[in-house]
Every structure is written in structure tokens, then in C-alpha cells.
Design a protein around this ligand. Structure first.
Ligand code: HAM
Length: 417
């Protein structure tokens, strides 16, 4: 019978890589909590409207990447393609804004986008997402970016680039929209059909197009930075000043428009050359009108999302696994039975113990103990068992001592402590 495989673009995360995942999650929880963030868990499935309204109808995500279906003909549901819209939905639904003026939330979990799978790009991928709702001052932007960089540094990641840009606000964007439309006037026919459509909905999206010719045409277009109003310019200058105070190097990238429509003012990405074509490991920015667009009060926000799989691929050595404290090599059925008891009792006491129930040769059991880098091996032979003793071998020092089996558990628990 044909064996079943996972869905294309969906992948299993196997041990020992899962240990690295947990290490990354633990690090995020630790670093984020020092900056006052609390964890929120939101559903994977939401009403489709949340994303069409939140992310924007002219984005690639909403246009062609969402996993949307009718729930038994009742309502249109979508597997979340990102977390920001869901976090805000929960924030409003539970009126979190009424108890605090500043709300800092993070969430970790799977997201779904029906993109063409390739290295670093999956249809189910994971994000570590952080959002600050309430403040709109530039220090908040810098603080969030500082936390992000601190997290990446704690993981030992170097060679990353932080790109920042300002996407302006509803005051300054209309003039820029006109400028882009003016610039593209007469060249519309050369643009791809998606971009021609985007001209009507959101001309800024043309910057995001992957088609070569569209890229060439838009490459010469006027930039939003030439059009932003004094309020946005001042805000962006203060964000940069604060980044400098923390000596955080950054590049100004006025072509970066981000792939979601909700952004205003500060936007940023962290990229790594080592990642190849899919080189953005983090994307984020300010969204001062999203809460209102989703039916809430006028509350600004800013956040980022880190691509988990891309982060993991940047830590190739992984993290060292904790080796077992003890391997029990046993010869013959009575010794195996004794090893089974001792080993499992030690495990219940919190000591990592490995053993082999199959009764293989001493040589192959010792090989396994070596491979697992066990600190000690307890060797129980048939004759030793009858005399209630065994050999305890210190694997790195290559020394061994005779131990009394009856007292071994207590003795080893003390030693391992
Ligand atoms: P995004 O730029 O769409 O932003 O995604 C953030 C990160 O998720 C990307 O930089 C990338 O590392 C990872 N990512 C995205 N798509 C895939 C994929 N198909 N396969 C693997 N990794 C992927 C957002 O999602 C915004 N919600 C970020 C945000 C939060 N902005 C404000 N708050």
C-alpha cells in the first residue's frame, strides 16, 4: 500500500531539532518578559473578513495565498496567514484596552500561506510575533527593535542587517500615491496584470512585485521619503536617534514597502545574507490605524514577526543536547531486569538515564553509551549480579570502580546532584 506523506509545503519538525525550537522559544519568553511582554494564544482559524480587512485586499496574501474554506456552507473561515490581525481581534474582543493604556503581547505558533514552496518558504511556517498596542511615541519603536536585536544576539546570531523605512501616514500618502500614478502613467501596459490591478487599489504594492520588468520600472519611481509630512519625518528622525543611542546599526531602505497594507510610519526588516533568496527573517512595523479599521477605538500599534524556520536554519550547529548522566549496560535477562528497575527509578528522580532492553552484546552497548556521550556507564554482568555488585565506568576519565548494586541508586543520585 502506498505510504502517506505530509502535505506539500507542510513539514515535520523532528528531534533533535525540536530541542533547538524549544531553546529558541524559551529564549524569546525570557527576553520578551524582561521588556514587559505577556504571552497570548489565539486560534489558528478566524473569520475570513478579519484578514481581508486587516491585511488588505490588494496584498499577495489575501489575493492568492490564504487557505479559505466554507465551514459546511455556513461561514467563510481562513487559516491564519499571520498573527497581528488575530491578536488585535482578541485585544478588542476582550476589551484589554480598557484596563491598560499600554498592552504588550507576544505569541508563538504556526501560520499558513499557500506560497510556492522553496528553501525557507513553506505553506505552514511558524512565527514568533510581538505587538505593542497603545503608545505611538518613537521611543516605543526603538524599544521594540532593541528587544528584537537583543533576542537575536542572545541566540548568538551575527551578520544580520536591520533595514528601516517610514511609510508615512494617511496625511502624506495620498500625495505620494498621485506621484506614483503620475510616474507610471503611460507605462501601465508594461506592468504585469497583478500590478495593473494594484494601481487601482494600492499603487505602493508595485514595489513588492517579483516580476523583473515591474521591478525595473518601479525602481526609478519617486520615493515616499520625499513626500512624508513633517510629523512623520520628525517621528522617523527620533526613532533613528534612539536606535543610535543603543548603537544599533541600521540601513535606510526606502524601497521597503512590506507585504501587508496596514503599515504606517516606521517599518523594518531583518535580513541575513546566509538565507539566500528568502532572506527576511523578521518583518515588522507600526500600524496606527489597524485597530480602528478592525472596529476598535483609535489606538496605535507596532509589532514584528520572526520566521521560526528561517531563524532555525541560521543556527546550523543547533544547541548541544544534554547527554545522559548514566548508561546501564546489562548482560543476560536477570541483569536486564535489574537495569530496568534501577534505570527507571533514577529517571523518576530526575536523572537522565539510557539503557538498551534488547540484550545486545556488551561491546555494542558500550558503543551506544559512547555515541550518546553518557558521563557514566553502569555495567551489570551475570556473575556480578549474583554478588550484588557492578562496575561503574567514568566514560571521559576511562576509570572504573566497583559499586554495590543495593546502594547504587542512592549513591548515584547524590553524585549526579
Ligand atoms: P511578514 O513579513 O509577512 O510579516 O512575515 C514575517 C516573517 O515571517 C518573514 O520575515 C519570514 O521570516 C516569515 N515568513 C513569512 N512567510 C513565510 C513562509 N511562507 N515560509 C517561511 N517563513 C515565512 C507579518 O507576518 C506581520 N504580521 C509582522 C508584524 C507583526 N507586523 C507588525 N506586527
Amino acid at each position: 500500500m502506498e505510504t502517506l506523506t505530509a502535505v506539500r509545503g507542510f513539514k515535520d519538525i523532528l528531534p533533535p531539532e525540536t530541542q533547538l525550537w524549544r531553546h529558541i522559544e524559551d529564549t524569546a519568553r525570557k527576553v520578551f518578559s524582561t521588556f514587559g511582554f505577556q504571552e497570548i494564544r489565539v486560534p489558528i482559524l478566524e473569520k475570513t473578513d478579519l484578514f481581508t480587512r486587516g491585511i488588505g485586499e490588494s496584498t499577495d496574501i489575501v489575493e492568492k495565498e490564504m487557505y479559505t474554506f466554507h465551514d459546511r456552507g455556513e461561514e467563510s473561515l481562513t487559516l491564519r496567514p499571520e498573527a497581528t490581525a488575530s491578536v488585535i481581534r482578541a485585544y478588542l474582543e476582550h476589551a484589554l484596552h480598557t484596563s491598560e493604556t499600554v498592552t504588550k503581547l507576544f505569541t508563538i505558533g504556526p501560520m499558513f500561506r499557500r506560497e510556492r514552496p522553496q528553501k525557507g518558504r513553506y505553506r505552514q511556517f511558524h512565527q514568533i510575533d510581538a505587538e505593542i498596542l497603545g503608545p505611538d511615541d518613537p521611543r516605543t519603536d526603538a524599544e521594540l527593535i532593541l528587544m528584537l536585536i537583543q533576542f537575536l544576539r542572545t541566540l548568538g546570531l551575527n551578520g544580520l542587517t536591520l533595514d528601516i523605512n517610514s511609510l508615512g501616514c494617511p496625511e502624506c500618502r495620498p500625495a505620494y500615491r498621485e506621484a506614483i500614478l503620475g510616474y507610471l502613467h503611460g507605462q501601465e501596459e508594461q506592468l504585469c496584470s497583478d500590478c495593473r490591478r494594484r494601481l487601482k487599489t494600492n499603487p505602493l504594492r508595485v514595489f513588492d512585485c517579483k516580476v523583473d520588468l515591474c521591478g525595473q520600472i518601479i525602481g526609478q519611481a519617486p520615493r515616499l521619503t520625499q513626500f512624508i509630512c513633517s510629523g512623520c519625518r520628525d517621528h522617523f528622525a527620533k526613532v533613528q536617534q534612539a536606535l543610535k543611542q543603543f548603537e544599533l546599526p541600521y540601513c535606510l531602505n526606502d524601497k521597503m514597502v512590506r507585504g501587508l497594507d496596514y503599515y504606517t510610519r516606521t517599518t523594518f526588516e531583518v535580513t541575513a545574507g546566509s538565507l539566500g533568496a528568502q532572506n527576511a527573517v523578521v518583518g515588522g512595523g507600526r500600524y496606527d490605524h489597524l485597530v480602528q479599521e478592525l472596529g476598535g477605538p483609535d489606538i496605535p500599534g507596532i509589532g514584528f514577526a520572526i520566521g521560526f524556520e528561517r531563524l532555525v536554519s541560521m543556527i546550523p550547529e543547533g544547541i548541544p543536547l544534554t547527554p545522559p548522566a548514566l548508561f546501564i549496560a546489562a548482560l543476560g535477562e536477570p541483569a536486564l531486569q535489574r537495569a530496568f528497575l534501577i534505570g527507571n527509578r533514577l529517571r523518576c528522580g530526575g536523572i537522565i538515564v539510557e539503557m538498551d532492553h534488547a540484550g545486545r552484546s556488551l561491546k555494542s552497548q558500550m558503543k551506544k553509551a559512547d555515541r550518546l556521550q553518557c558521563k557514566y556507564t553502569l555495567i551489570i554482568g551475570e556473575r556480578e549480579l549474583q554478588e550484588n555488585r557492578a562496575l561503574l565506568r567514568d566514560m571521559s576519565a576511562s576509570t572504573q570502580e566497583e559499586v554495590c548494586l543495593d546502594q547504587f541508586e542512592e549513591m548515584f543520585s547524590n553524585r549526579a546532584r
